[in-house]
Structures are given as structure tokens and as C-alpha cells.
Write a protein that binds this ligand. Structure first.
Ligand code: IPM
Ligand code: MN
Length: 355
């Protein structure tokens, strides 16, 4: 039997609760599809930092990287300085392991979860390819004349040709496999002229993909179009920062932050799977958080591990739980974390009985 070795980092806030549901679904899928999972849990996060002063030592980063895949809950807690653990854990995993693709599907499962009038699953079905290793995320902040009236704060947006080219190429390859065969570049090259690099790389690489229709939007216009005409998107490629912002808007279109999953990939090497949402510390331990984002991240992980049938079954089980199953509402508190996990597990088990 094939064994997949998974590093699990539950992290902060609601992370451990949603990861627990993700793992229940993962184990059920393994039993059903005939593969094994070997899980190694890493305690890193704010509690661990408070207790030991350790964020993520190099040696631990290396051990995590030696797995077939990584499942991450969430990181962030008001007891730690702003950004310290987010950058020290999520950031380092993305940047130091060179997981340059942040794949964020925006897929609406049922019309009643969409905040837009009259839009259904056929209208909200696209994928955002977010660059994951460059931009203002990885340059150093500088504060000159701190706390004086002359203070100047600087953190440059920095793009390399190599970094831009590999993500744009990945996006063209992905767009080629999708029914729409349409790739939209989202940037702000009219104001941020450094992004002219993206304009040029997109045109150059695009020459190699005559079968993919090329489209371009400035990020402000992209926000409008995502709300007014989400059906006009198929595959989107964008910078790290704009990808962060756009995919929270995308999550809202899917039914909220509890519904959006993501994969951080270095193709051919390593994948880290997580929800798009944060640690939501106010809800921690209250059985309130929606675990579907993490369950859908598990489905993406199964695809990555070569267990595509299991990944598809998990996605189908989520769809069933939401449309034909007991989940009536995604309002906070309408259903508990465990209850939603249970509904997905029931739907997964029901697929066997049904067919
Ligand atoms: C995300 C998160 C992170 C990001 C934070 C936690 C640093 O918002 O994964 O979208 O900005 O990338
Ligand atoms: Mn974000």
C-alpha cells in the first residue's frame, strides 16, 4: 500500500480545530481509496513560541520539508507582535521552501452561499494563480526618523524576471488545461511601472501558448469585474500582494472565508495546503469555525499526492453536504466545526453505499 508522509502544522486560533476535521476526512479517504497516511505533527505557533521562544528553527523547517506534503491550520495570535509568527512560519515555509505558486480556486458550490444576486456555480468558477515568493512580502521594511514628523517608511515591491516568468508560465500551463483557456493578467502597471516586467513577460511567454486567450486588467478594475461579472474569469495570474487581496474577495464570492482553500506549490518538489482564512482567534476552541476550507485544502493535497480520485470524492462529499445534506447556512454559529466535518464524512461514506 502506498504511504504518504504528511507534516501537520495546526498552528494558532481555530487552526487545530479545522485541521482535526481535515484529518478525519483524510483518514476516511485513505481507508476508502486504499492508501496510507503517516502524519507528523509540529507544535509550532504562538503557544509554542510563548513557551519556548522558538518560532521555526532551520532544523525543523528542514524536517517539515522532507515530507510528501504539508497541511497547515493557521498562524496569528494577538499575544505575539504583529506579523512575527505569520512571517516566521507561513512566510518562511513559502519563501525558504521556494513554494512559488499559490493556487487559489474560487469555486461556488451552491447559489445560496453567493452574496451576488443571481450568480450560481457556473458563474463563479475560476482560479487565481498568486505569485508566492516576491513582492513587498519579502523585502525589508525601513523606517527613517522613526516617530518623528519627518518619518519615512519604505518596503519596496520587487520582482525578478525569473520569479515572474516561472509563475506566468505555470499559469499558462494551467489555463491550457481548463475549459475556458483564458488567462487574465492582473497588475497595476499604469501606476507601478516596475510591473512593466509583468506586462513584457506575459506577452513573451504568451507567444508560446497560442491556444490560451490572453486578457489583462488593472487590479482596481479586476475588483469591479469580479463582483459584476465573475463568469468572465477563468484563470488569473497576479502578484503576491494583489493575489492576497483579490482572493479574499474571491472567498466572499464562494460563501465566505470558511470556504476558500489554497495550495502553495513548488511543482515537482513540495506542496503546502491551507485555508485562505486566518487564525480567527476570537473563535478559537468554540466549535464555530467552518472547516470546509481546510477540508477542500485536503482535497487539493490529495490531487497533489496523485490521489485524484480521492480528491474528487472529497470535493463531491463537500458539495453533497452543502446542497443535499444537513448544512443549511454558513452563518457563523449555524453549524459547529465538528458537525460540518461530520456531514462531509457522512456524504463521503454515502458515496460508497450509493454506488
Ligand atoms: C494569506 C494570509 C497571509 C498572506 C498572511 C497571514 C501573512 O493573509 O495566506 O492570504 O498575506 O499571504
Ligand atoms: Mn490573505
Amino acid at each position: 500500500m502506498k504511504t504518504h508522509r504528511i507534516a501537520v502544522v495546526p498552528g494558532d486560533g481555530v487552526g487545530p480545530e479545522v485541521v482535526a476535521e481535515g484529518l478525519r476526512v483524510l483518514r476516511a479517504a485513505a481507508g476508502r481509496f486504499g492508501f496510507a497516511v503517516e502524519l507528523t505533527e509540529f507544535p509550532h505557533g504562538t503557544e509554542h513560541w510563548l513557551a519556548t521562544g522558538e518560532v521555526l528553527p532551520d532544523e525543523v523547517l528542514e524536517r517539515i520539508a522532507a515530507h510528501d506534503a504539508i497541511l497547515l491550520g493557521a498562524v496569528g495570535d494577538p499575544r505575539a507582535p504583529v506579523g512575527e509568527l505569520e512571517r516566521g512560519i507561513i512566510g518562511r515555509l513559502r519563501w525558504d521552501l521556494d513554494l512559488y505558486v499559490n493556487l487559489r480556486p474560487v469555486e461556488l458550490m451552491d447559489e445560496r452561499f453567493c452574496p451576488l444576486k443571481g450568480k450560481g456555480p457556473d458563474d463563479v468558477d475560476f482560479v487565481v494563480v498568486r505569485e508566492n515568493t516576491e513582492d513587498a512580502y519579502v523585502t525589508s521594511p525601513e523606517f527613517h526618523d522613526r516617530n518623528s514628523p519627518q518619518e519615512v517608511a519604505v518596503q519596496p515591491m520587487r520582482y525578478t524576471r525569473r520569479g515572474t516568468e516561472r509563475i506566468v508560465r505555470y499559469a499558462f500551463e494551467l489555463a491550457r488545461t481548463r475549459p475556458g483557456k483564458r488567462l487574465t493578467l492582473v497588475d497595476k502597471a499604469n501606476a507601478i511601472r516596475a510591473q512593466d516586467l509583468w506586462t513584457r513577460v506575459f506577452a513573451e511567454v504568451g507567444e508560446e501558448y497560442p491556444d490560451v486567450e490572453r486578457d489583462h486588467l488593472y487590479v482596481d478594475a479586476a475588483c469591479v469585474r469580479m463582483v459584476e461579472a465573475p463568469e468572465s474569469f477563468d484563470t488569473v495570474v497576479t502578484t503576491n500582494l494583489f493575489g492576497d487581496v483579490l482572493t479574499d474577495l474571491g472567498a466572499a464570492l464562494q460563501g465566505g472565508m470558511g470556504m476558500a482553500a489554497s495550495a502553495n506549490l513548488h511543482p515537482g518538489r513540495l506542496g503546502l495546503f491551507e485555508s485562505v482564512h486566518g487564525s480567527f482567534p476570537q473563535a478559537a476552541g468554540k466549535d464555530l469555525a467552518n472547516p470546509i476550507a481546510t477540508i477542500l485544502a485536503v482535497a487539493m493535497m490529495l490531487d497533489w499526492l496523485g490521489e485524484g480520485a480521492a480528491g474528487a470524492a472529497v470535493r463531491e462529499a463537500v458539495r453533497t453536504a452543502l446542497t443535499a445534506g444537513p448544512i443549511r447556512s454558513l452563518e457563523l454559529g449555524a453549524h459547529g466545526t465538528r458537525e460540518i466535518g461530520e456531514a462531509v464524512l457522512d456524504a463521503l461514506a454515502g458515496q460508497v453505499t450509493a454506488g
